[in-house]
Ligand binder design. Structure first.
Ligand code: FRU
Length: 474
């Protein structure tokens, strides 16, 4: 069967090669920019570059090729993850300057020391800045911080700079692993974006994973949330079921005054099989927008079937807001709705089938229990006590079976289906599941057994049809 059918219509994915973390998300000189970790020669293990996509509207994306490659000693084994800071009026033409901060990864396999473990020996993590006035041409690279600059408690694992402006200064978060194998975050401050001084080290009260990757900060309505990706949490029944987790700590005050977080307050962003390393940015409209990596490093619960020439995608852009429970809700930005075709009503226990696996399903005013079943194999069920997402056919799910979360009420459900990517939003995005699936049937069949005020599906257009037209390989 051709794998072409799994190409996505409103999610960012590479034409060929491997994608992981979103990087450098921003709005710059009138366009949205999304970079991501990219390995062009996957499935060979190689290095990581930054691939670049742009969009006028967070829906129609264009592949602009590979922007940052490994070309200095300090990033020779990977242009690893990082963020964008747009400095208004700082470019030579008086316009905005794009500042990309990332980690240069170096692996010293021939380190003369015996017993190289790549944690305490055999590795370098350099924080690097590169700027651009147009998003096409890039400055020379400036190495800002090296391992010798980090606090003594840190192992060689320090990475993924998140830089933002607050109170007239610049701030940088870095994820780190300390000498007692505890995950932590470093906070640095700067006046010019080039010289950085440590401000604080943020720990959890009790150990919470051995390394925190990809830190981020969410600031909405005067509330700060520290996002991290802890590695090493044990799998539990209703939580922490992926290889590594992505979530956030709601803070009591400002991130700038925080040195301790309570690990019991950690909230996972997304309970699906394919979600990690999200980033947030604030756009011109003042919206806080999150995009995550919809994939996993797990080989045994694969989200890339044999023969597919590309691996993984990003989630759609999700607007963040604070819900009634004080936690963050995520909901697809309204721009996504521009891809909707004509509304098709869904009636209880009567199925609807359309030609392509691309739809936006909306169930509002849900009363009681029920289920939404896709292609007879993927069931999203509400039992009155929990929301359960289960595959009844391991063949299409790479051996995946079941995910569930306790839920005391279900008012609405929104499900985005994009050929091989599915995002499920319950209760206006208070609970989210993202997962890849690889349907084998030709028609897309949808059946809803919920009693609700409104139940419809919108077929979705292929908004990525021209995304790769001018794309360069590599
Ligand atoms: C998270 C991560 C980052 C790193 C990048 C390398 O998925 O491990 O910590 O910068 O991926 O691709």
């Amino acid at each position: 069967m051709s794998t072409d059918r799994y190409r996505l219509g409103f999610h960012i994915a590479p034409k060929t090669g491997w994608l992981n973390d979103p990087n450098g998300l921003c709005q710059f000189r009138g366009e949205y920019h999304a970079f991501f970790q990219f390995n062009p020669v996957w499935p060979q293990i190689d290095t990581k570059y930054w691939r670049h996509f742009t969009s006028p509207d967070l829906l129609h994306w264009k592949d602009c090729g590979t922007s940052l490659v490994t070309d200095i000693a300090e990033d020779r084994n990977g242009v690893f993850s990082g963020s964008a800071l747009v400095r208004h009026g700082a470019a030579s033409d008086g316009g905005d300057l794009l500042c990309l901060y990332y980690t240069g990864n170096v692996v010293n396999k021939d380190d003369p020391e015996a017993g190289i473990d790549f944690v305490h020996t055999g590795r370098e993590a350099n924080e690097i800045l590169v700027t651009s006035e147009d998003g096409v041409h890039y400055s020379e690279k400036h190495v800002l911080l090296r391992n010798s600059d980090y606090p003594d408690v840190c192992t060689l694992h320090v990475r993924d700079p998140k830089v933002w402006e607050q109170d007239g200064r610049l701030w940088m978060l870095l994820g780190a692993r300390d000498y007692s194998d505890q995950g932590m975050v470093l906070l640095y401050g700067s006046d010019d974006g080039y010289t950085w001084r440590i401000k604080s080290q943020v720990y959890s009260k009790n150990p919470f994973g051995y390394m925190w990757e990809c830190p981020n900060i969410v600031q909405i309505d005067g509330h700060d949330f520290l996002a991290v990706c802890p590695q090493g949490l044990p799998d539990e029944v209703d939580r922490w079921q992926n290889l590594w987790e992505a979530g956030y700590f709601p803070l009591d005050g400002s991130i700038l005054d925080t040195v301790l977080v309570d690990e019991n307050t950690f909230v996972e962003w997304d309970l699906g099989y394919d979600f990690y390393a999200p980033q947030v940015f604030v756009d011109d409209k003042g919206r806080t927008i999150l995009i995550g990596w919809m994939g996993t490093f797990e080989g045994n619960r694969t989200s890339t079937p044999d023969g597919l020439p590309w691996a993984h995608c990003l989630t759609v852009a999700r607007e963040l807001s604070i819900g009634e429970n004080g936690l963050l809700r995520q909901y697809p930005v309204t721009e996504i709705e521009a891809a909707r075709g004509e509304e098709i009503p869904l009636h209880v226990s009567r199925h609807v089938a359309i030609d392509e696996h691309r739809g936006d399903i909306v169930l509002d005013g849900i009363e009681g229990v029920g289920a939404l079943v896709l292609d007879d194999v993927l069931e999203i069920a509400y039992t009155g006590e929990k929301l359960e997402v289960s595959f009844t056919d391991g063949h299409v799910s790479g051996g995946r079976v079941d995910r569930q979360v306790p839920l005391s009420h279900l008012e609405n459900l929104r499900v985005l289906v994009d050929t091989s990517a599915i995002e499920i939003y319950a209760n206006s995005g208070e609970t989210v599941f993202s997962t890849r699936w690889f349907p084998v049937s030709d028609m897309f069949k949808v059946e809803a057994s919920f009693k609700c005020e409104k139940a419809v599906m919108y077929p979705m257009e292929d908004a990525m049809a021209n995304a790769y037209a001018d794309s360069h390989e590599m």
